[in-house]
Design a protein around this ligand. Sequence first.
Ligand SMILES: Nc1ncnc2c1ncn2[C@@H]1O[C@H](COP(=O)(O)OP(=O)(O)OP(=O)(O)O)[C@@H](O)[C@H]1O
Ligand SMILES: [Mg+2]
Length: 277
Amino acid sequence: MIQKLHGHSGCRLELIDNNGTIFVRKISRSVSYNERLIAQCVKQGIDDTEGFLTPKIFSKGYLKKLFYFDMEYINGLSFTDYLTNIPITSIERYADLFLKIIPSNPIYDGDARGIFINKVNELDSQIIVKSDSVKIAIQQLKHFDWKCIYQGKCHGDLTFENILIHNDRAYLIDFLDSFYDSWMIDISKLFQDLELQWSYRNYFSIDENLNIRLIILKKMLIEKLLQLDQGKNIVLTIYMMLILNLIRIIPYVDSQKDHLFIESALNKINILINKQL
Ligand SMILES: Nc1ncnc2c1ncn2[C@@H]1O[C@H](COP(=O)(O)OP(=O)(O)OP(=O)(O)O)[C@@H](O)[C@H]1O
Ligand SMILES: [Mg+2]
């Protein structure tokens, strides 16, 4: 092994040099997590998201009952770091790339409404201790009319940390199963970074250069989304999904710092929604 790589899911990631062939091995964090990592490996293997690549999977198996898979090493930067120094004139290229995940014929799903209402109710009963911001957020989710949801292929955790850039090509890693498959959930994860800087939460600070790029990319995405049929409803639903993402994280958060992050994120989105975005 050359180096350990770092993520947050608790899985082990190792950069391995096998007689000159370098690859990344991702190993499940526990036997009970095997199933999710297998699903991730399958999703990465079949993924053909328009405009994006995925690291090739070389092999898979078990080590001491823990599932693992070996994949191509992408010697690039995560989009988190890449965005800091990107020329302003290249930002639109990435806005267009991200919007390629929208199918050319978006499929409206009438059943989605019930699935989202159930998810919100499930979270409401799962989170026992609720701060005022969490209570307000859950009420907002309960009163929201989830009538504008389009289904479609979904990465499941499309944060900037899970997009790697190498030679100007974007690779997707760390696929996740989602309670519902919609490209709108993926876009809401992008907004988790654009609006709330989730992937930068452990950075010491965010400098002016990065800040301006985040703002430009966010504005471009919103403008382009608003041009879609039902654009305003789509943008509003994406922001409600962003609140839902934050509430879904709560049961897994163990540090005071991440709790504070979620509190201030919920307050910020609440203010934005009350101002009609
Ligand atoms: N194929 C790869 N090539 C290069 N770097 C990689 C590769 N796979 C993972 N990495 C690096 O390791 C980090 C963690 O990987 P990954 O996102 O799969 O882990 P994780 O523990 O599941 O994290 P998460 O909290 O996002 O679920 C990535 O952000 C990336 O920097
Ligand atoms: Mg990751």
